[in-house]
Ligand binder design. Structure first.
Ligand SMILES: Cc1cc2nc3c(=O)[nH]c(=O)nc-3n(C[C@H](O)[C@H](O)[C@H](O)COP(=O)(O)OP(=O)(O)OC[C@H]3O[C@@H](n4cnc5c(N)ncnc54)[C@H](O)[C@@H]3O)c2cc1C
Length: 495
């Protein structure tokens, strides 16, 4: 048991292992995939040591915040995919889908009571840390949470980084020591005893989701989730994620450093929903990218400068992509894993709170209600295009997303209300919402990871501001606005 990276293990209780238990339970809650997954590696490792079967429980409740047809469909498509990936492997895959609120309560504890040890995913955001903490405290067996979030294990950075520059510098210093990979196929070469069916009392009370996974989009209509938030075209699951990755590496990557701000498909990876739901691992992305770049760790520069380019020893395009995928993405994880108040206004730097407070009573050029914003009824065609994209496609391209946030601050009565509306709209409609990067992006709008820009302006004070007119010109947004207008009219939704 000593090859597994210790820094990725967090013990959730002091309970013992039960060697006489029936199986090793992997409760998959965030890294929803069959490969490139440290949690699954860890479960398999324990199972080999204890000579027990592995049970993978992937459960979906229906009363998590913002549960909707959109989010449910995406997760269920991932479960459908996992079912086929696990099919011929030495593991018992148990997909469970709640059909009424509260129906799933007690399932994990029942399974834990029969297991030798419980492994779960250590994800630092949303309701998950509270949920696994509570389960860990209430079960009689050892429970470990495993960190498969990023290239740098979460515990390594033992402070909150306040700028991307300082975090990038830290990554450059530390990553070479921690660049370890989970197994591509953790179950392919192992011989484990198999569990062929669940104990009858469990199977009767919590039946395996079966036909439901065959056509998730039909079945979600009958589940008690928000039906006003419709599924989008983007499909969930590891196979869809890998296809998207392949296509981006082949056709988008080479111009990423030049075109990534353009509001168009293919210029960025579109991988954030898959990363969020764990259908794709950052390690797999890194491995594929570095293969294409013919890269090996010897290419890393010994010079630690904190600069965006030049450290990885890859092409400019790949380095620009890694700066988003590693520096910015893991910066958000760093904050969420170290501060429980990551979603509160008070977590902003002092200068940002001060300037926002100084300008709280400034008159606003426009004041919109939450509903007017939600349904894209503002005077600003670019902003409406961004909000319509969020409603119809469950995403906003990166650059308009920044403008989207800035304008919400300008057009609402207070920074607190703006924050509340940004979190609500982002987390309700974006496939990649409810993620450390949701809070990284939303709080960036309010000054986090940024510096003051003087002289102070109305409403935003010294917080960086953005103009719609300039953005339209800078990113050539006319075609984007026309496309969203046409899609909006065609869909007839949310109007
Ligand atoms: C107001 C606002 C809200 C945001 N909400 C979210 C959110 O809910 N979920 C989310 O994943 N990102 C969020 N972002 C960050 C960013 O917009 C998205 O990560 C990016 O647009 C996703 O598109 P992509 O996968 O094509 O990115 P690519 O450009 O292909 O980048 C690759 C990956 O790097 C990461 N990444 C890229 N840009 C950023 C960034 N600015 N900050 C942190 N990580 C980044 C993402 O994981 C992304 O998938 C938000 C930004 C803003 C300004």
């Amino acid at each position: 048991m000593n090859i597994f990276p210790e820094e990725r293990i967090r013990l959730l209780n002091q309970a013992p292992i039960h060697p006489e238990g029936d199986f090793v339970l992997y409760w998959m809650i965030a890294f929803r995939r069959a490969r490139w997954n440290f949690s699954l590696d860890r479960a398999v490792e324990w199972a080999c040591e204890l000579r027990k079967p592995v049970v993978v429980l992937e459960a979906l409740s229906c009363d998590y915040p913002w549960a909707s047809e959109r989010l449910h469909s995406f997760i269920l498509e991932g479960m459908h995919n996992n079912r086929s990936e696990f099919k011929d492997l030495p593991v018992f895959y148990f997909p469970y889908v709640e059909r009424s609120k509260g129906e799933g309560r007690g399932l994990v504890r029942e399974l834990a009571a029969r297991s030798c040890i419980v492994i779960t995913d250590d994800y630092p955001c949303f309701f998950l840390p509270r949920m696994i903490g509570a389960v860990g405290n209430s079960i009689p067996v050892k429970m470990e949470a495993i960190d498969s979030n990023g290239l740098l294990p979460l515990v390594v950075a033992d402070k909150v980084f306040l700028t991307a520059f300082s975090f990038r510098r830290y990554i450059q210093e530390m990553l070479p020591r921690f660049l370890e990979f989970p197994k591509e196929s953790p179950l392919s070469d192992v011989h484990l005893p198999m569990l062929h069916e669940l104990p009858v009392d469990i199977a009767n009370r919590w039946p395996v989701a079966d036909t439901l996974l065959d056509s998730p989009r039909d079945h979600v209509r009958g589940l008690p989730v928000d039906h006003a938030v419709a599924p989008v075209e983007t499909k969930g699951g590891s196979s869809a994620a890998e296809k998207r990755l392949e296509s981006f590496l082949q056709t988008g990557l080479s111009r990423y450093h030049l075109d990534r701000n353009l509001p168009a498909d293919g210029v960025t990876s579109g991988l954030s929903p898959y990363l969020h739901f764990g259908h794709l691992s950052v390690h797999e992305i890194f491995r594929e990218l570095s293969r294409g770049e013919r890269w090996s760790p010897e290419n890393l520069s010994a010079r630690i400068s904190g600069k965006r380019e030049g450290w990885w020893g890859m092409s400019s395009a790949a380095e620009a992509f890694l700066d988003q995928l590693v520096t910015w993405r893991e910066l958000g994880f760093n904050l969420c894993s170290r501060r429980q108040d990551y979603d509160l206004l008070d977590s902003l730097p002092d200068w940002a709170i001060e300037t926002l407070t100084d300008h709280e009573n400034d008159s606003r050029p426009y004041l919109y209600t939450r509903k007017e914003l939600e349904f894209a009824k503002t005077h600003d065609p670019l902003w409406n295009a961004a909000q319509r994209q969020l409603l119809l496609e469950g995403r906003i391209y990166g650059y308009p997303r920044m403008l989207w946030g800035k304008k919400i601050v300008e057009w609402t009565a207070s920074p607190r209300e703006a924050l509340d509306i940004m979190i609500e709209l982002n987390n309700k409609y974006a496939l990649d919402g409810r993620d450390p990067n949701s809070y990284c992006g939303i709080f960036w709008v309010l000054g986090r990871y940024d510096r003051p820009f003087g002289p102070a302006r109305p409403v935003l004070g010294k917080i960086r501001c953005m103009s719609s007119q300039r953005t339209v010109k800078k990113i050539g947004a006319d075609a984007y606005m026309r496309r969203m207008e046409a899609a909006w009219t065609r869909s007839g939704l949310y109007q």
